[in-house]
Design a protein around this ligand. Structure first.
Ligand SMILES: NC(=O)c1ccc[n+]([C@@H]2O[C@H](COP(=O)([O-])OP(=O)(O)OC[C@H]3O[C@@H](n4cnc5c(N)ncnc54)[C@H](OP(=O)(O)O)[C@@H]3O)[C@@H](O)[C@H]2O)c1
Length: 231
């Protein structure tokens, strides 16, 4: 793998995001690792201390001015891969809905991805044959919903899938491939201790899916094991 490839990832300080940073840098990539509290990102700081290929940037994806400012800071850089990983899971059930939290879930899980795409398309175009992916969830699949509930998380990820589908059409002319990715049920703070797989298994599978992504496979919804998921 060329050491000139650059990844920009959000929510890089823990869970799946941190494992992406670890695996891509092990593979020789340069990583622009974004997180909202760098001073408290101990594990990421330790990883970066031993590796000059990791550059940590402050980014709260809910603050769109910050996204624009980061775009300007990185204006001269080409980025081959943008991973929209940051996400929140506010629990919800019928008659137990916090509508303010729902708006926040849409902002973080859905709208920030489109904002990041708008700001970073020039950096992706500069790289050529670039890829833009989002960590969504099978819980956003309408076909797969057999148990109901979890209105906030499910609907924000369903909407994210639609954003990614439209981006796959709109970014085709720039040569940018797009995919919605499901990491599996992963043992992280969000997935909890009962998750079926660890972050290493999830991310090594996801990296293969990303490596195989191309313009003629753009706009699809894949799980970490490469299987396509019904919308
Ligand atoms: N784990 C699973 O089983 C599972 C299944 C399906 C999909 N996913 C998706 O995979 C992605 C990663 O999940 P995970 O399990 O690694 O979750 P996690 O352990 O809860 O980590 C979430 C990450 O998102 C960051 N984040 C949250 N709000 C943010 C904001 N406003 N700005 C910037 N960063 C923010 C967190 O940063 P802070 O530390 O600052 O909070 C943290 O780095 C998410 O999009 C999630 O929906 C996970």
């Amino acid at each position: 793998m060329s050491d000139h490839q650059t990844l920009l990832i959000t929510g890089a300080n823990r869970g799946i995001g941190l494992e992406y940073v670890r695996q891509y840098t092990d593979d020789g990539w340069r990583v622009i690792a974004c997180c909202r509290q760098p001073e408290q990102a101990g594990a990421l700081q330790r990883l970066a201390a031993g590796n000059q290929q990791i550059e940590i940037h402050h980014l709260d994806v809910g603050d769109f001015d910050q996204i624009e400012a980061l775009g300007r800071t990185l204006a001269d850089q080409s980025i081959q891969l943008l991973i929209n990983n940051a996400g929140i899971y506010p629990e919800s059930s019928f008659r137990h809905i916090d509508y303010a939290q729902w708006m926040q879930a849409f902002k973080i899980n859905t709208m920030s991805t489109l904002k990041l795409a708008e700001v970073f398309v020039p950096h992706l175009v500069k790289a050529g044959n670039a890829k833009l992916v989002a960590m969504t969830s099978k819980m956003g699949s309408i076909d797969d919903n057999t148990s109901g509930g979890e209105y906030l998380y499910r609907s924000s990820k369903t909407a994210l899938n639609m954003v990614m589908k439209s981006l796959s059409h709109d970014l085709n002319k720039y040569g940018i491939s797009v995919a919605s990715l499901h990491p599996g049920w992963v043992r992280t703070d969000m997935g909890g201790p009962n998750g079926l797989i660890d972050t290493e298994t999830s991310v090594s599978g996801l990296r293969k899916v990303i490596a195989n992504l191309s313009l003629n496979r753009s706009g699809k919804f894949f799980a970490y094991d490469g299987k396509e998921i019904a919308w």
